[in-house]
Design a protein around this ligand. Structure first.
Ligand code: GDP
Ligand code: MG
Length: 828
């Protein structure tokens, strides 16, 4: 292989005691970043403290501190020996001059590799730039060969290599392998990606691979003359800002734009290019998860990851790339890497019914389509494929929003109204079971635990399974068809207004299902600030676990305007989310105008099987939740409410009852009713004096200003475990074991009165209290699973912030609603 840097001196060969100046850091982006962060920056003087052959690591002194580097790291740092100038120098100033000259000579050499599809104009560019006159033409050489030319430009020496043309960087042809070896092994300073602008989509495919490799790129948008003639337009500056490198239009065979490209190369080399950033192409959750998994095994081999980007290696292993596997041969955990990547591939094959490499390719095209959709206007006459025809309607400027909102309307409408039917069946089933158990079991602690604890607690949550299924069915359909990406696309402008990105729409929408996957879905956002703001407002997207609470209270207290009230609740959440995002934008994350590509994957008909798998996942998760957290919580709440059985207050009532019962002479209907009402009162008093009652009484003062009694307060506390448990708790707490017939929970709520205290005898619930309560449930601290996920993804600090602010928000909103409502006389 021809090389651009045959006579380079690297830090790894410098002997102990010698001094040198860093002239260049080679390697992929994240490697360079890490090395520079340690203080190994161009122009810095390094003293070699200890370097023995075959010894790893080597010890250096740089910027006044001692740092060890692996030999493989030091190999990537080019230096210039200054021991000679130091001994020869007569004064300090001549010494610095010598050093300066030395650095300049060495570090002003830029190695540029030309990479691009065949016939995109690489050789034409090469010839114009170098002044050589290589044969130009349409040929595809049998022997792989590359030409090197050297020339001076603006004080820099540019070594340019004209690599063979390839459509991609895989391992299917010797040319491809050559280009790939070259980029990885020789690590050119800049890869000049020449693209044929009249064939952007295909040409950009190679670019996505360069992005994966994390190399510094400059793009020459060649054949720009033909491109313009065809009537197409491209906002290449915007495209460049999204992709993270400079794009310069050129007409290579006429020499147009060559100097601009060279300027761009120098700026990028000197890290002065304003567009420069490293982006990750998002391959979708499944692939990304596997990348993370494989990376864990890869990063144990530091010598390898010093040379190759670990993300790139993981991707290649997912593509079953043999050449990449070779890289790891002989390493300690080689067999582990083989088995991990095999498992990942197998898993992906099962999920996607496609080779992982195809999934990756599709994702790349989705990325390209998304990038071009925002920047490229094709010529009028160009023929379009089906996907872009559909896109023309679904992402149309006028039709896009109505279609999206219609879809969302249908989604929520079905969740509630369609879900109500099977919900009724389950409800009746649970009731029948409870009535039957009541009739067969002898009354006592066991039947109480079963009926009032477990069945009430679990049953009240189980009934909402259909609603949740329907909601997730819609979300899955959106994801599987590719419509979700379009939704993000059309929401982009609006989301920017609140400082977010169109892609934030996806996690937010998923948040209506469940906050946990939603928080994980924020990974698709490249920008950390966007991720944080999105994560913070996800809990305000009313998740499906809160639905049971709303449905219960809305049907009990707002029978006339059910749908309207529900919609209102969701809207309140959304409005507050917007408000919070705006506040964050204004005060915390002021300037944020970074541009990102929105992937547009091809439309697909969702496979029935896939949908079923997704939905079954949800059902299984829900059932698991019911049979674990919710079951346990129900039992605990029941136990806390069942004991202690007696207290001074219950004893007093007991003796009253005993007196009445002893009075056999007057045993008429009036007396029976008296006894019955005393018994009812006894069970109320018992619950109030039970452990849970005591807990509730402690919290009650905090919640009383919101109009909540101790039972509501306790229910809210239990809701930390999972929001559905609020309903379970209410079921257990409000339904008293008074009569043989089971009344529905909503009836129990309607007739609940305060047993003691200043409001004794008054109704606990009014529509106003119910509204304040629903708002509180909507806003207050998300469930434990969400908080844990947040902590895992963003760190403990953010988990605290999320919990703290949601609680404060919930309290304030509920307080305002209840107090203002009461003042206006809406309290009853
Ligand atoms: P390579 O295969 O990438 O090295 O491409 P070449 O440099 O061999 O060019 C392929 C063909 O495209 C040649 O016929 C060039 O004359 C022509 N060509 C190169 N650059 C341009 C350009 O900017 N505009 C037009 N119209 N033709 C170009
Ligand atoms: Mg050529």
């Amino acid at each position: 292989m021809q090389s651009l840097n045959d006579n380079k001196t690297t830090l790894s060969v410098m002997p102990s005691g010698s001094r040198c100046v860093i002239t260049k850091i080679n390697g992929h982006g994240s490697f360079r970043h890490r090395i520079m962060e340690m203080g190994f920056v161009k122009g810095e003087i390094v003293t070699v403290v200890k370097n023995a052959p075959l010894r790893d690591p080597i010890e250096y002194e740089v910027m006044g501190s001692h740092i060890s580097l692996r030999r493989s790291e030091a190999l990537q740092i080019e230096v210039s020996d200054i021991s000679a100038c130091e001994s020869g120098a007569t004064s300090f100033s001549t010494f610095t001059e010598e050093v300066q000259k030395n650095i300049k000579e060495k570090s002003n050499i830029i190695n540029v590799a030309l990479v691009g599809n065949p016939n995109c104009g690489k050789t034409s560019f090469f010839n114009f730039a170098t002044g050589l006159h290589e044969k130009v033409g349409n040929y595809s050489g049998v022997t792989v060969n590359a030409k090197i030319g050297t020339f001076n430009y603006n004080g820099y020496t540019i070594n340019m290599i004209d690599l063979p043309g390839t459509y991609s960087i895989t391992e299917y042809s010797p040319e491809e392998l050559y280009v790939r070896q070259y980029i990885c092994e020789e690590s050119p300073d800049i890869v000049l990606n020449v693209v044929d602008s009249s064939n952007l989509e295909r040409n950009l495919f190679l670019t996505t691979q360069l992005i994966d490799m994390n190399v510094r790129i400059v793009m020459a948008l060649n054949m720009y003359d033909e491109f313009q003639k065809s009537g197409s337009r491209l906002d290449y500056e915007y495209l460049g800002s999204m992709l993270g490198f400079n794009i310069v239009p050129t007409v290579a065979f006429k020499g147009v734009g060559i100097n601009e490209v060279l300027d761009s190369i120098i700026n990028t080399y000197e890290d002065r290019a304003n567009t420069h950033k490293h982006i990750h192409i998002n391959y979708g959750k499944d692939i990304e998860d596997e990348i993370t998994r494989i990376k864990k095994s890869i990063v144990l081999n530091k010598e390898v990851t010093d040379k190759y980007s670990s993300r790139y290696l993981a991707l290649k292993l997912l593509e079953d790339d043999k050449t990449t596997l070779e890289v790891f041969k002989g390493r300690d955990n080689y067999s582990d890497i083989v088995s991990v990547s095999e498992r990942s591939r197998k898993h992906l094959r099962e999920v996607h019914k496609e080779e992982p490499s195809e999934v990756i390719t599709n994702a790349k095209y989705g990325f390209i389509r998304g990038a071009l959709k925002e920047t490229y206007v094709p010529p009028m006459s160009s023929k379009k494929n089906l996907s872009s025809k559909i896109d023309n309607i679904l992402t149309n400027r006028w039709l896009g929003f109505p279609i999206l909102f219609l879809f969302l309307y249908i989604m929520f409408q079905s969740t509630f109204s369609l879900g109500a039917i099977p919900q009724g069946w389950i409800e009746r089933g649970v009731e029948l079971l409870a009535t039957w158990l009541l009739s067969v079991l002898p009354s006592g602690i066991v039947s109480d635990l079963l009926i009032n604890g477990i069945i009430e607690g679990v049953g009240s949550v189980l009934v909402f399974l259909p609603n949740i299924l329907i909601l997730f069915l819609f979300i899955s359909i959106m994801e599987d068809t590719g419509y979700m990406a379009r939704a993000a696309f059309i929401m982009d402008k609006l989301m920017h207004k609140i400082g977010l990105h169109g892609k934030s729409f996806i996690p937010l929408l998923i948040g209506f299902g469940c906050s946990v996957p939603a928080i994980m879905a924020t990974r698709i956002l490249e920008n950390k600030k966007n991720r944080i703001v999105t994560m913070l407002i996800i809990p305000l997207m009313s998740c499906s676990a809160r639905l049971p609470v709303y449905i219960l209270l809305v049907s009990a207290f707002f029978p006339k305007n059910q749908a309207l009230i529900l919609l209102g609740l969701y809207l309140v959440g959304i409005l507050l989310a917007i408000l919070i995002a705006l506040i964050m934008k204004k005060f915390f994350y002021k300037s944020d105008s970074e541009q990102f590509v929105m992937e547009l994957p091809p439309y697909r008909f969702p496979s029935f099987r896939n949908l079923m798998i997704h939905i079954w996942d949800r059902v299984a998760e829900y059932l698991k939740k019911i049979s674990s957290v919710i079951l346990i919580a129900s039992v605990i709440i029941w136990v806390l409410g069942y004991f202690p059985r007696t207290s001074a207050a219950t004893d007093a009532i007991d003796s009253q009852i005993a007196l009445l019962e002893a009075d056999a002479a007057n045993a008429d209907a009036v007396q029976m009713a008296k006894i019955e009402s005393l018994q009812l009162q006894r069970s109320l008093v018992q619950k109030e004096n039970s452990y849970i009652g005591k807990i509730g009484k402690v919290i009650e003062p905090v919640m009383a200003p919101l109009g909540f009694d101790w039972k509501m307060s306790v229910s809210l506390v239990t809701g930390f475990a999972a929001k559905e448990i609020v309903v379970s708790s209410m079921g257990i707490l409000y339904k008293v074991e008074d009569a043989e017939n089971i009344t529905s929970l909503s009836k129990a709520l309607q007739s609940e009165v305060y047993a003691t205290g200043p409001r004794a005898g008054q109704k606990v619930f009014s529509p106003l209290v119910a509204m304040a309560f629903m708002l509180f449930v909507l806003l207050y601290v998300p469930c434990t699973a969400t908080i844990i996920t947040c902590g895992k993804e963003f760190g403990r600090k953010w988990a605290w912030i999320m919990s703290g602010y949601t609680f404060a928000l919930a309290w304030i909103v509920a307080f305002l609603v209840f107090q203002v409502g009461s003042l206006l006389g809406l309290g009853l």
